[in-house]
Design a protein around this ligand. Sequence first.
Ligand SMILES: Nc1ncnc2c1ncn2[C@@H]1O[C@H](COP(=O)(O)OP(=O)(O)OP(=O)(O)O)[C@@H](O)[C@H]1O
Ligand SMILES: [Mg+2]
Length: 350
Amino acid sequence: MAKKLIQDDILAALRQVNYPGYQTDIVALGIVEEVAPAADGGWTITLRNPSEREEILRDIGGRIHHVLAHDLGAAKVEFRVRQIEPELGERTGRKRLDGVRHVIAVGSGKGGVGKSTVAANLAVALARLGYKVGMLDADIYGPSVPMMFGTGEERPRGAGGKNFYPVERHGVKLISIGFFVDDRSPVIWRGPMVMGAVRQFLQDTLWGTLDFLVVDLPPGTGDAQLTLAQEVALDGAVIVTTPQDVAVADALRAVRMFRQVHCPLIGVVENMSGYVCPDCGERDEIFGAGGADQLAAGEGMEVIARAPIVEELRAAGDAGAPLTIARPEHPASAVFMELARRVAAAMPAD
Ligand SMILES: Nc1ncnc2c1ncn2[C@@H]1O[C@H](COP(=O)(O)OP(=O)(O)OP(=O)(O)O)[C@@H](O)[C@H]1O
Ligand SMILES: [Mg+2]
């Protein structure tokens, strides 16, 4: 006679089910909300925000069915999917992270404006000022931390249970979704999935004590960003924009989003703020000028840094060490050191 199955057997089996396209299982990702025995001897499995996409739901369903019915011989498996909408504007319930003094988000409405570059240079600049710093790369569409910090094959070390230690590089403790997903997999994660993964990062990473945790948000102002901003009690946001109008319009949306979740706005960073010719030293405003000032003035904020377009910033990021640590003498590094001072000064004394 078949062994009577208990809840632990079902959970153990579900741990064998990886999220489609990834090497992380659905239990670890936090999408299995409940495993309950049904009156008829079957099992009801409730998944929380597994995906908005039909084909992924079907794929997950198929995988679960395979391990439960086929491998384990469980009878009558029923799935339920619960989609939870983030509540807007709620500040209660957001966790403060143990040992982390200040959580700073770097955001913008538009992709490709240099958010990750600013976040990485801000993180190393804060570390150079003597603070204990971590960086959370929450950009599932294109995680940048592994490349910008040159972490290569290194992965977070397990610390027993489901906890793990961040990877440490250039004086910054790092966690990136890029450490957990396979480069070759298609990017199929959507907002709700991000929630699960980010929640896991936040809860399970042993950061130790940190003065600052810099969060590199994915581009946009959709659910994923809102959720993130609600999951963590953010102490401040830095808005990155390029000078042209279209980027500024998007940045304004980001400003509104942070306002919606009651996150204080530290200031605006204008990135790619003119091109300084390496030969003649002349400055050319190739992306226009004044957009960041306009945004800041309209929103009662300040422009707290202007980083010019310099090839070395890109090259340093691609080579695995942010410019501010790789070339501290470079004029652009001085811009980020000053940004770090401004950010630190904006924090309430505690
Ligand atoms: N000031 C700068 N000067 C020269 N290159 C820059 C500068 N800022 C960013 N870059 C380069 O521009 C590209 C996009 O920057 P980055 O990845 O930081 O943007 P992002 O806003 O994080 O993009 P995404 O929306 O894809 O996350 C990168 O190749 C980066 O090295
Ligand atoms: Mg980025």
